[in-house]
Design a protein around this ligand. Structure first.
Ligand SMILES: CC(C)(COP(=O)(O)OP(=O)(O)OC[C@H]1O[C@@H](n2cnc3c(N)ncnc32)[C@H](O)[C@@H]1OP(=O)(O)O)[C@@H](O)C(=O)NCCC(=O)NCCS
Length: 201
């Protein structure tokens, strides 16, 4: 488990089905423009039953070393609730040692810095025990909030990928951001950098 203040990252559990489904269904309009959707109606693809397949796939990918998926939770008022997701996927080892980050948060807790904190925790884990060297984040140019997340954390904008991913019914251009472990090592890690940036505001 990784945590900073009320933000907590942990592996998914089989018992997350109802909470995951509730938050995904409540956020259809918020998430659909930014995600590559599986074929099928949103309610069905995000039902507690569908979670069984999602869970199995995430566990398999994690076991194979292809990804590091985390449930993002908020620990408040004496309870912990699932409010989002961070995944380091497409992990390539050996001379690349790289991964792509993806994330989302419940619109009801947006704007509180939950995902920057969660992503910083995940990146520090990846650069430390995870043995990775480079994390990429690819974002649609029109996704202002997501661009703010990586800009606040100090990712470098380094690429423009045309018609990069099929999202919300079309092939969408993406901006490529990246960070390597050397860029944050001297600062005590990404979470330490993010904490300093927040207190400096
Ligand atoms: C992108 C996303 C994960 C950001 O998470 P977050 O925890 O809200 O991140 P932050 O609190 O740092 O807010 C980031 C920006 O969102 C914007 N924002 C703040 N409150 C907001 C709200 N209630 N609604 C919409 N946007 C808001 C602000 O521009 C903010 O930047 P600022 O800190 O410079 O003001 C979240 O907006 C989300 O889940 N969006 C839909 C899914 C998505 O886009 N995933 C990423 C695909 S690349």
């Amino acid at each position: 488990m990784l945590s900073d203040g009320a933000v907590l990252l942990r592996p998914y559990k089989r018992g997350d089905a109802r909470a995951w489904s509730e938050v995904r269904i409540a956020n259809q309009a918020w998430l659909a423009p930014w995600e590559s959707a599986p074929p099928g109606p949103w309610a069905e693809m995000n039902s507690p039953r569908a979670y069984g397949y999602v869970y199995r796939d995430m566990k398999r990918a994690a076991r194979n070393g292809d990804s590091m998926p985390f449930a993002v939770c908020l620990a408040e008022d004496g309870r912990e609730r699932l409010v989002g997701h961070v995944n380091l996927g497409n992990i390539v080892r050996r001379a690349f040692a790289s991964a792509y980050a993806g994330y989302w948060v419940d619109h009801r807790v947006a704007g509180r810095g939950v995902i920057p904190t969660a992503l910083a925790l995940a990146v520090d884990h990846a650069f430390g025990p995870g043995g990775l060297h480079r994390i990429e984040v690819n974002i649609r140019p029109e996704n202002g909030p997501s661009r703010r997340v990586v800009e606040k954390l100090g990712f470098r904008e380094e690429a423009y990928h045309q018609r990069y991913m099929h999202i919300d019914g079309g092939w969408r251009d993406h901006l490529g951001y990246a960070m390597t472990s050397e860029e944050v090592a001297a600062e005590g890690g990404l979470l330490a950098r993010w904490r300093r940036a927040r207190t400096a505001k």
